[in-house]
Design a protein around this ligand. Structure first.
Ligand code: ADP
Ligand code: ADP
Length: 229
């Protein structure tokens, strides 16, 4: 399961200004759909609606045919894993920050998830860099490393649906590539909505929506979109 459908979705934070206009798309179960578009286009708003931080003002969003307004917040959150752009970590070891994804996970499972996200060197450290084993202040985690902790947490949770807010250009290209690899691994065979800023980073998406000023202005595969330009 895990098919997401946006059906003629309209949304505004306040009545003065429409943010999303008649947005319709489908993310078939197990497929990856990327949403690209300029800053302010409404990309993050789409992820906030999926998580039900807000409800649509018109149209509807369904998961496996069920309107998400009829699903409890708890089961909706349980079905989804979110990797935000700015990951805020608890002031506890990276190990526990990862384990938070699934409290009944074994230590081996936590370490395996850390390895997949290439964060295994940091499991004993605290987010501010304090190493609980060595008792020394070590490397402070960078934004990219924190994001990889969120990826590891999501790998461990293994939810049917993933919402990935992609790394920004603020990350160096090496880190970005590593994050991309980790994201590709975690999203394999899962329903994934990826918010991206550049077309070059979402080559593997099954479908790409180009959002501009709250409307889907174009859609297709990476190859189709590149050919049209
Ligand atoms: P994107 O993710 O594509 O950059 P957003 O979805 O964050 O775009 O924002 C879309 C529009 O909604 C922007 O014009 C933004 O200023 C506005 N917006 C975002 N959040 C709020 C909010 N909480 N209240 C009012 N307007 C908002
Ligand atoms: P993100 O972190 O995904 O960019 P934010 O909600 O922080 O999302 O901001 C996205 C855009 O929406 C920004 O341009 C921000 O200035 C704008 N925005 C956020 N909250 C509000 C708000 N309450 N009213 C108007 N614009 C907002």
């Amino acid at each position: 399961g895990g098919t997401i459908r946006f059906e003629h979705v309209g949304f505004s934070y306040d009545p003065e200004r429409q943010i999303l206009n008649d947005v319709s798309f489908e993310v078939p179960a197990g497929k990856m759909v990327a949403i690209v578009g300029p800053s302010g286009a409404g990309k993050s708003t789409i992820s906030r609606l999926l998580l039900r931080f807000y409800d649509v003002t018109s149209g509807r969003i369904t998961i496996d045919g069920q309107d998400i307004r009829d699903v409890t917040q708890a089961s909706l959150r349980a079905a989804m894993g979110v990797v935000p752009q700015d990951t805020v970590l608890f002031n506890d070891t990276i190990f526990y920050n990862i384990k938070y994804g699934r409290h009944d996970a074994t230590d081996d499972e936590v370490f395996a998830a850390a390895k997949m996200a290439q964060i295994d060197d940091f499991v004993k450290t605290l987010p501010d860099g304090y190493d609980t084993m060595v008792g020394e202040r070590g490397l402070k985690l960078s934004g990219g490393e924190k994001q990889r902790v969120a990826i590891a947490r999501t790998i461990l949770k293994a939810p049917p649906i993933l919402i990935l807010d992609e790394a920004t250009s603020a990350l160096d290209s090496h880190t970005e590539r590593e994050i991309q690899d980790a994201l590709d691994r975690v999203s394999k065979d899962r329903t994934a909505v990826v918010i991206a800023h550049r077309l070059s980073t979402i080559i593997h998406a099954d479908n790409i929506l180009v959002l501009d000023a709250g409307r889907v202005v174009e859609q297709g595969t990476h190859a189709e979109l590149v050919t049209r330009r």
